[in-house]
Design a protein around this ligand. Structure first.
Ligand code: ADP
Ligand code: MG
Length: 387
């Protein structure tokens, strides 16, 4: 689960990680409060679940998602022009993300911007702390300057490891004690809250030699949220894809993709292979959808509804291998919600496949049945292309 920058910064305060002070504005009626707190300069930051805001643009304006306001009038004008608008960054996709909240904070003058993150490294199965001298915007371009240490979760992070990070950053000696405390606190936060990523980019070095988190990104482990009801409350439903959310309520896994061929498949591996094969034959999947192993008619019906609500869907491919799932049961679900307006290709194999195919042949003659995996994929790709 992603949380907003201002929420992440509240966690930082709780863990004594130096960061900016500020306030959140959610409606125009709050402008007077904002101006009272920031009568002169402020930095205003769009709160969306995506980075790259500083270089992004708010649709219909030439304003970025991170803005240095120079006066009260400037602050008020920026809030009026951007709250409720849509911010497009290199991480949001072209449709952008709507801005429901703005975070205003003090302007911090920095001498240098570093990168600092803690994340779970899959290959070593250990928490990994990464730093770079060249933080700020577009860290991706500077990936070669990254330096990482790996932490044994049993023994925790050691001071010598943090000193190695400080050396990699070229920190002056007088700053190192602050840095050790900051990284220790960050690691404690990472463990306590079951985070999978905490990223501070940039970590600013102030003119007085202090370190301060100017930006904050935190991703929490969904599977551990039951241990942290107070963190579950930070969820911003407006940021979640409503279709993904609906699928999960029916114990299915749905992730939208960019193409136009909707896939309804049982099993994550088969779903991935199906998407690959669609691409191989020149099509583009509109989504990943794993029905799960049971695949009852209610799930199948709901899956068909969900993929039809995706406006990009121009054809549907159902690929089910019966095992625990019974193909005739899947067929009943298809019959309940089968669209007449777009091509539907169904491959049913395995348990009760013949009975399932029979049902569809009798009651949904527009559905194309094909048992061979490759041929069925070719079929849906060509049918969608013909439209
Ligand atoms: P994003 O990563 O989404 O672009 P950031 O919070 O990192 O957003 O802001 C972009 C840039 O704006 C930062 O790299 C930093 O240079 C500057 N910035 C952000 N917050 C402040 C602040 N409080 N004071 C001064 N500069 C800031
Ligand atoms: Mg940033």
């Amino acid at each position: 689960m992603n949380i907003h920058e201002f929420q992440a910064k509240e966690l930082f305060v709780e863990y004594n990680i130096p960061t900016t002070n500020g306030l959140v504005v959610r409606s125009l009626s709050e402008i007077p409060i904002a101006l009272e707190r920031f009568p002169e300069k402020s930095v205003i930051k769009a709160q969306i679940h995506a980075g790259g805001r500083g270089k992004g643009t708010i649709v219909g304006t030439d304003l970025p998602g991170v803005y240095l306001a120079r006066s009260a009038e400037d602050t008020a004008r920026y809030i009026q022009q951007t709250l409720g608008g849509v911010l497009v960054t290199n991480q949001t996709g072209s449709q952008g993300k709507r801005i429901y909240a703005l975070y205003l904070c003090d302007v911090v003058e920095v001498e240098h911007e570093y990168y600092l993150s803690v994340q779970l490294d899959r290959s070593t199965a250990k928490p990994m702390v990464t730093v770079s001298r060249s933080g700020g915007v577009e860290i991706e371009a500077n990936a070669k300057n990254l330096y990482s240490i790996f932490i044994d979760p049993e023994s925790g992070i050691h001071a010598f490891q943090i000193r190695a990070l400080a050396r990699a950053l070229g920190l002056e000696r007088r700053i190192v004690p602050n840095f050790i405390e900051l990284v220790s606190n960050l690691y404690r936060l990472f463990c306590d809250k079951d985070a999978t990523l905490i990223e501070i980019n940039p970590l600013g070095l102030t003119l007085e030699g202090g370190l301060i988190a100017l930006d904050a990104k935190v991703i929490l482990d969904d599977n551990a949220l039951y241990r942290h009801p107070e963190l579950e409350a930070l969820r911003d439903a407006a940021e979640d894809d409503p279709l993904e959310d609906r699928a999960s309520r029916f114990s299915m896994n749905y992730v939208a993709a960019e193409g136009d061929i909707a896939c309804i498949v049982n099993g994550a591996g088969l779903a991935m292979a199906t998407m690959d094969m669609i691409a191989f034959y020149g099509g583009k999947a509109a989504n990943f959808l794993d029905l799960g192993s049971r695949a009852d008619p209610i799930q199948v019906r709901e899956a068909l509804r969900i993929v039809q609500e995706n406006p990009n869907t121009r054809g549907i491919f159902v690929n089910v291998f019966g095992g625990i799932a019974q193909c005739d049961v899947v067929a009943e679900g298809i019959l309940e919600q089968c669209p007449q307006t777009m091509p539907v290709v169904v491959r049913l194999q395995g348990a009760s496949a013949e009975r399932g195919q029979q049902l569809l042949r009798e009651r949904a003659p527009s559905v194309v049945l094909e048992n061979d995996l490759e041929r069925s994929v070719q079929m849906i790709v060509s049918k969608v292309r013909e439209r």
